[in-house]
Design a binder for this molecule. Structure first.
Ligand SMILES: [Zn+2]
Ligand SMILES: [Zn+2]
Length: 154
């Protein structure tokens, strides 16, 4: 899998909110936590970790929801103010954004390299043991970053 020519773009369903990604994300992985299942309406959601400085909001109004995580941390979730498409989260630390990868215009290059919160995955979801997997959240995302970088170096 090779990376596209950056920048690339993405946005919400109604087209009001558009964003640009100036450089490769740090990683793409699946999250099987209960919150992601509820918010995505699916068995998991695809998390794409990007540096704050690589993410540019091109237009559109967003609304936020401050979600209290089990850890006690408050995670700011950002949605399109019009169609309410879930777009990205602002974690409390790290100068990163966690963008919903499914909002990219082109998903072909964004194959996930791992899974987190596999403890709460649906019973019928099969996890590839060769990927970087965490039973709970990834306190340190370094293994997920390394797994992303490895196949994209040449
Ligand atoms: Zn929208
Ligand atoms: Zn999640």
């Amino acid at each position: 899998m090779s990376l596209p020519q950056f920048p690339v773009e993405g946005g919400c369903q109604c087209g009001a909110v558009r964003y640009r990604l100036r450089a490769s994300p740090l990683s793409v992985y699946n999250c099987h936590c209960k919150d992601c299942q509820r918010f995505s309406g699916a068995a998991w959601s695809m998390s794409m970790v990007v540096r704050d400085g690589d993410f540019e909001l091109l237009g559109g109004k967003t609304e936020r929801y401050d979600r209290k995580a089990d850890s006690g941390n408050v995670i700011v979730m950002n949605f399109c103010a019009h169609c309410h498409n879930w777009l990205w989260n602002d974690p409390p630390v790290g100068n990163i954004k966690v963008v919903r990868a499914g909002t990219l215009d082109d998903l072909d290059w964004a194959a996930p390299v791992g899974n987190i919160w596999t403890d709460s995955k649906a019973a019928w979801v099969e996890i590839d043991p060769g990927q970087v997997n965490f039973a709970k959240g990834a306190v340190d995302r370094t293994p997920l970053f390394e797994a992303w970088t490895r196949p994209h170096q040449d």
